[in-house]
Design a protein around this ligand. Structure first.
Ligand SMILES: [Zn+2]
Ligand SMILES: [Zn+2]
Length: 308
């Protein structure tokens, strides 16, 4: 089974349009980018988790020729606005061969998404399948358990997913996927001690005002410890909203002051804000080492593919 990180960026991707902050500048200089966060699980069944504005380029790059289902975490544009791109899977197959792609989403998310995409249901490109926290369902060989994630009042339908399947040797593998969130109000016991955890790190440091309820790496450390993944943790939905020392762009609306930034346990200056992929991984490794965290934490990047 392959897990492909189709995109690993925040709501507007990075580098962001019209942004000349130190992070975006450095990423342009290095030719790096993070498209909107989306994940592909592929084995006999191919499941997409979220379908944002970069879906067309992501699915073409990976040459995805069939999709058996889409899991939607919540009703924010960066997680669903690419659903219209799925029309290509109906248009470009032999006449009469296509069945609507099941899109699994909560009632709360569907209320918002159907206002825009009811025609995709009417034209049988997609088929909405209602899901609810703590009610498991199967999608091909995958067993999925949605669980409640708190992402503020403007994302009432927000969920994370526990995805379970058997590997070639018949061993049960569990992947926990959390999207944008700040709290896990009622975590079911099955999501603890997964093999893999995928978690948002929108900022490195928790900002003074966490609006609208996103996860920083600083706070994610608590959830990594709580959920205690056995094999590997991946960080996604990474943005550029940390303030970087001496950056004139710190005056931008999106730049938030840290509340109490991560610093070495012995004290001293906070860890510098990472500007590119290599610095992100180095910083995360250093923080994990300094705190004696027994976890393998990988800063995911676009098109990273791992075999599980
Ligand atoms: Zn998002
Ligand atoms: Zn969101």
């Amino acid at each position: 089974m392959d897990i492909t990180f189709l995109g690993t960026g925040g709501a507007w991707g990075v580098p962001e349009l019209n942004c000349d902050c130190f992070i975006c500048r450095e990423m342009r200089r290095k030719g790096e980018k993070r498209e909107r966060t989306s994940l592909l699980l592929s084995n006999k069944t191919r499941l997409l988790i979220d379908c944002g504005p970069d879906a067309k380029s992501q699915l073409s790059r990976q040459q995805v020729d069939t999709i058996d289902g889409v899991l939607i975490t919540h009703e924010h544009t960066d997680h669903y606005i690419g659903l219209d791109e799925l029309f290509a899977y109906k248009r470009n197959g032999p006449r009469g061969s296509f069945s609507p792609i099941p899109v699994y989403l909560t009632h709360g998310s569907h209320e918002v998404i159907r206002k825009r995409f009811d025609y995709l249901e009417d034209m049988e490109v997609i088929k909405a399948c209602h899901i609810a926290p703590n009610r498991r369902f199967t999608a091909g060989e995958f067993e999925v358990l949605p669980f409640d994630t708190y992402h503020g009042a403007f994302a009432g339908g927000s969920v994370g997913f526990l995805v379970r399947f058997k590997d070639v040797s018949g061993t049960d593998i569990r992947i926990v996927y959390t999207s944008d969130f700040s709290e896990l109000p009622d975590p079911p016991s099955e999501i603890f001690n997964p093999d893999y955890l995928i978690i948002q790190s929108f900022w490195l440091n928790e900002p003074i005002n966490n609006r609208p309820n996103h996860m920083s790496f600083q706070r994610a450390i608590h959830f990594i410890k709580l959920l205690n993944p056995k094999k590997e943790t991946f960080l996604v939905h990474i943005g550029d909203a940390d303030m970087v020392s001496d950056d004139p762009a710190n005056s931008m609306l999106k730049k938030y002051k840290p509340r109490d930034p991560l610093r070495p346990p012995a004290g001293g200056e906070p860890y510098p804000i990472p500007l590119n992929q290599a610095q992100w991984q180095e910083t995360v490794d250093r923080i994990a080492f300094d705190r004696g965290l027994p976890y393998r934490i990988t800063v995911a990047y676009d098109d990273l593919r791992i075999k599980v």
